[in-house]
Ligand binder design. Structure first.
Ligand code: GLA
Length: 346
């Protein structure tokens, strides 16, 4: 049978965390680490999935429910492809990936989007990348059961390495933005692993739901900062979650402007303020990440912050090209548990 291939990059979020399910803006960039897949349709309902990076050849059925296995995103993607009319039966799927799993760099979104793009190619269907991203999110929320936003799927479906995408998650309008000139966007793993399925992501989502109820509006990112402080019958924790969402949304808007003006000083300051907000108001950081971010700045980064869902994973830093090698050497010397993952630049 005919075989098709597709590929997607990993992504790093430059700024705009936990705003993507609260009606706010995000600014992720595509990385050079990426995932490729080859899909060969089968005449039966079997899914034979091989992925060196994840585990040995694994056989599933199209009718399978999710079972907390690395192959769930692939099974979910093929089920979604079938309900979109892109594929009739099962498939042999070969996956090759350089995106580290569990690092907050969207390995799961990249897998789902890649398989949906491969199925689109197979069917010769006219489905936009935005619709692919929306379908990929459905796989995560409805099939796998993690209440994620739309940032990762849009970033990996649309952005190319070296590009950032300024995305309004309320409308899915986006524009591509250039990375700062003369600077490198560095992605460093903290050594603390996390998984979106471990419950803390969901807990934050539920606190945002509580903020929605308390303030009486869906898109809490668009709340007026004064209104957040003025309302007196709100639990302090819920107020802080809302404060993070609203202030983070504004920081993304300012960051997009700063990048358009190539103003790295302002862009870096916004990254630093974003980290403080994630640490203090959204409480999604952990001490080893705070230390890594502080040292990244001390050693000369223009800005640095935790990136992704939180509670571990990677930091992202914006570092002058000329200082990059020394910066990295100094940072890894102070943090032997950390490791360099990838970098991207304009
Ligand atoms: C994860 C989710 C995204 C987003 C980020 C936090 O990456 O998949 O939808 O919510 O966390 O910004």
């Amino acid at each position: 049978m005919e075989s098709v291939r597709a590929q997607s990059p990993g992504r790093v979020n430059l700024i705009g965390e936990h705003t993507d399910y609260n009606g706010g803006m995000v600014l992720p960039a595509a990385l050079s680490v990426h995932l490729e897949a080859e899909l060969v349709p089968r005449a039966d309902e079997a899914l034979r999935i091989s992925a060196e990076a994840f585990g040995p050849l694994h056989e599933r059925r199209l009718g399978d429910e999710a079972q907390q296995h690395w192959s769930d995103p692939a099974v979910g993607a093929l089920r979604e492809a079938r309900s979109l009319g892109l594929i009739e039966h099962g498939a042999d799927i070969a996956i090759a990936s350089t995106i580290p799993a569990g690092a907050g760099l969207s390995s799961s979104a990249a897998l789902i989007v890649t398989l949906l793009k491969a199925a689109r190619k197979l069917a010769g269907a006219d489905i936009s990348d935005t619709d692919i991203a929306v379908a990929a999110r459905r796989v995560e929320t409805d099939y796998i059961g993690v209440p994620v936003g739309i940032m990762d799927q849009m970033a990996v479906a649309i952005a190319q390495p070296g590009e950032a995408i300024a995305l309004d998650t309320a409308t899915l309008d986006y524009r591509l933005v250039s990375l700062p000139e003369g600077h490198s966007i560095e992605v460093i793993h903290s050594g603390v692993t996390r998984q979106l399925t471990d419950g803390r992501y969901r807990e934050r989502k539920e606190e945002c739901d509580a903020a929605r109820l308390a303030f009486g509006r869906e898109d809490i990112c668009l709340l007026d900062p004064d209104e957040i402080e003025a309302k007196d019958d709100v639990d302090d924790r819920i107020r802080r979650r809302a404060r993070h969402c609203a202030s983070e949304h504004r920081r993304v808007l300012a960051a997009v402007e700063a990048l358009a003006a190539n103003d790295v000083k302002v862009f870096g300051a916004l990254m630093i303020a974003s980290h403080a907000s994630m640490r203090d108001d959204f409480e999604m950081s952990v001490p080893p990440i705070d230390a890594l971010v502080d040292n990244a700045i001390e050693l000369g980064a223009s800005g640095a912050r935790l990136t992704g869902g939180g509670f571990g994973g990677c930091i992202v830093a914006c570092v002058p090209e000329t200082a990059r090698d020394k910066w990295l050497e100094g940072l890894l010397a102070r943090h032997p548990e950390a490791r360099f993952i990838d970098r991207t630049s304009a």
